[in-house]
Design a protein around this ligand. Structure first.
Ligand SMILES: Cc1cc2nc3c(=O)[nH]c(=O)nc-3n(C[C@H](O)[C@H](O)[C@H](O)COP(=O)(O)O)c2cc1C
Ligand code: SF4
Length: 594
């Protein structure tokens, strides 16, 4: 029994729905979540021990085994790779004679990769003991290695190493809103719940989280669903590679998002709102919680909001590194302290969500827009966008551009306009969605960003003609193989087989049959998966394959079929025994072994 764990449990009210936060705190103290602490926590929150253990094991940022005192995770998005992240990782590994994924012999350091950290506009980036560190360089890696050798606590490292910039390059109606905190709540109280719903309907507001579901409809269904309590949630999980607009919104206009959540509570009858903030954005947590305290003092949250007797409060919950937790039912599981596995639907969360009660989950940008529409009325956004996609959209621009960052544009903006504004030259391709897989080539740069044309949840990754689109596809394939939650066979097996096939082609052992096998895998996974990840996981690969087939074919050194047997990996034991790891001790080329 550890007194420090008991303190943490007491502060969190022994509440199983606070399990993710409890585990984070325990890990911050011990560096990992040991079997003893799992036993203690499980007893205190009244959950089976195995349930708590499975939560610990599900999330990338929880350590069920001891890791290095300093755990450095390099962001593995393709844009970070383009900026040299793998070489920086290897440099740090070399400084401590440690291999990626292993703990150094003295237990001091472990170095590994993690999925996109949402800092693509200021990569290469890493997380050091969960703290985000952008703009890495060889010099900074060397300085970091020296601090680690001196065992200097991360809190004492130069503060400017952790500065994350907003990089807002273009503002439109959302980012230039100019409202004071609480003004949208006042407007909502004046209009009343039905009045708010009428304005959302007039504005034709569709969710910005991916599915484009009507916000008025979602809030109405939630309000009308029976339950002993209703809940509203801001989905700030933002794990889609190349997307960082929700981070910038929460940094630049958090009050607008909070106002949107309060209005969602007023309309649906919820008394509690939650922000599910991805673990990679933990650096925003102190500021957001401080702002919530200020809002309570200002009467914008709590028991008597604006003196009208309306009760509503907001909590921020941190995730722990799992892309699938952006899917709303997985997110709710995570909020309940469980592994983030999507639920079988129906019932949908909007009628049976958090703790089985009606729950409206909305994207951060949707909530900010709902607050603006409530204030200005449903026609306010109509002078922006297209007839089908009303308003503006926030694009997270990264990759081969002079000016990466956030660009807010009216829907309908053409791809080449964004490229010109961001200073892109000699562009070969623009990836605007990884999940739904849209890779646009130069003949498509006249297309418009809009739900009815080139739709994106914000990602806008630019690749110039020096880039190898095979590497881009391989990065996405690896991402999905890592992020599949493993619940259903089609997704678990399909994403893994695709990764093996891509590795095989990269190793120079591929044949045309492997490409055909990937196409077959795509067909199998359509409709055979339980959630949106499985059915969209192969889309990016297929789009790149269709448009950049030569990038794959020039790697097919063999026209005959070769089995997906990795001889080089099988020889690793022999290499260990002989103490060799030089180039000549390998059968596969270096790029295939990364
Ligand atoms: C695999 C997967 C990941 C998702 N990730 C996110 C996310 O990071 N943020 C988000 O708002 N919605 C995400 N969604 C969509 C949510 O499930 C949900 O539709 C959304 O939060 C609803 O908000 P909206 O109505 O405001 O769009 C994801 C969906 C899937 C299938
Ligand atoms: S489709 Fe994939 S991510 Fe979704 S539930 Fe199935 S295994 Fe999990």
């Amino acid at each position: 029994m550890y007194p420090v764990v008991e303190d943490i449990l007491t502060r969190n009210g022994h509440d199983p729905t606070r399990l993710m936060m409890i585990l984070r705190e325990v890990q911050a103290v011990f560096g990992w979540v040991s079997p003893d602490t799992i036993t203690q926590i499980a007893a205190a929150v009244n959950r089976p021990r195995a349930a708590v253990q499975s939560t610990v094991e599900f999330y990338t940022f929880f350590n069920a085994e001891p890791v290095g005192h300093y755990r450095v995770l390099f962001s593995d998005n393709i844009t970070d790779r383009m900026l040299g992240s793998l070489a920086l990782r290897d440099r740090l590994c070399a400084a401590f004679a440690v291999r990626p994924g292993e703990v150094s012999a003295d237990g001091l350091v472990s170095v590994d990769r993690t999925s996109c950290t949402g800092l693509c506009d200021q990569g290469p980036a890493a997380l050091v003991n969960t703290r985000a560190m952008p703009n890495l360089s060889p010099e900074r890696i060397d300085a970091m290695a020296a601090l680690i050798r001196d065992r200097r606590p991360v809190a004492e490292w130069p503060a400017d190493w952790f500065d994350v910039h907003e990089n807002i390059r273009r503002r439109d109606k959302l980012l230039g809103h100019g409202l004071t905190p609480g003004a949208p709540i006042k407007a909502a109280l004046d209009r009343g719940p039905e009045g708010v719903l009428a304005e959302l309907s007039r504005a034709a507001l569709r969710g910005r989280g991916g599915a484009g579901f009507g916000t008025e409809t979602k809030w109405r269904i939630c309000r009308d669903a029976p339950g002993y309590a209703h809940y509203v949630v801001a989905n700030a999980d933002e794990g889609e590679p190349g997307t960082f607009k929700d981070r910038v919104l929460l940094a630049s206009c958090p009050d607008l998002v909070f106002d949107g959540l309060v209005i969602a509570g007023l309309v649906t009858g919820a008394r509690k709102g939650m922000v599910y903030l991805r673990g990679e954005y933990a650096f925003l947590y102190p500021r957001l919680t401080e702002l919530l305290a200020q809002r309570r003092r200002a009467g914008l949250l709590g028991n008597n909001i604006m003196g009208v007797g309306f009760t509503f409060d907001i909590e921020v919950h941190l995730g722990a590194g799992a892309y699938i937790c952006g899917e709303e039912s997985a997110l709710i599981e995570s909020l309940e302290g469980k592994p983030g596995k999507p639920r079988i639907r129906p019932p949908y969360p909007v009628t049976q969500g958090f703790l089985g009660q009606p729950t409206a989950v909305n994207n951060v940008e949707t909530l900010a827009l709902a607050a603006l529409i409530t204030t200005h009325g449903g026609d306010w956004l109509k002078d922006r966008g297209t007839p089908t996609s009303v308003g503006t959209t926030m694009l997270s621009v990264s990759g081969d551009v002079e000016r990466p960052g956030i660009y807010e544009y009216p829907y309908g903006v053409r791809i080449h306009e964004v490229l010109d504004a961001a200073g892109a030259t000699d562009t070969q391709a623009v990836q605007i969605a990884v999940g739904a897989g849209k890779c646009l080539v130069d003949t498509e740069f006249e297309r418009r960003i809009a739900m009815e044309d080139a739709s994106t949840t914000g990602s806008f990754m630019v690749f110039d003609r020096t880039r190898d689109l095979f590497e881009v596809a391989a990065n996405f394939v690896e991402f999905f193989a890592h992020e599949s939650c493993g619940f259903c066979t089609a997704c678990r097996v399909g994403t893994t087989v695709n990764k093996r096939l891509m590795d095989k082609i990269a190793a120079g052992q591929g044949s045309p049959q492997d490409i055909e096998e990937m196409q077959r895998m795509h067909r199998h996974m359509q409709g055979a998966s339980h959630c949106g990840l499985g059915s969209t996981a192969t889309m990016a690969l297929r789009d790149i394959l269709n448009k950049f087939r030569p990038a794959f074919e020039r790697r097919l050194l063999s026209t005959d079929f070769e089995p997906a047997f990795d001889l080089d990996a099988e020889l690793s034991e022999a290499r260990d025994l002989t103490g060799r790891d030089d180039a000549l001790a390998h059968l596969a080329p270096a790029h295939a072994r990364r």
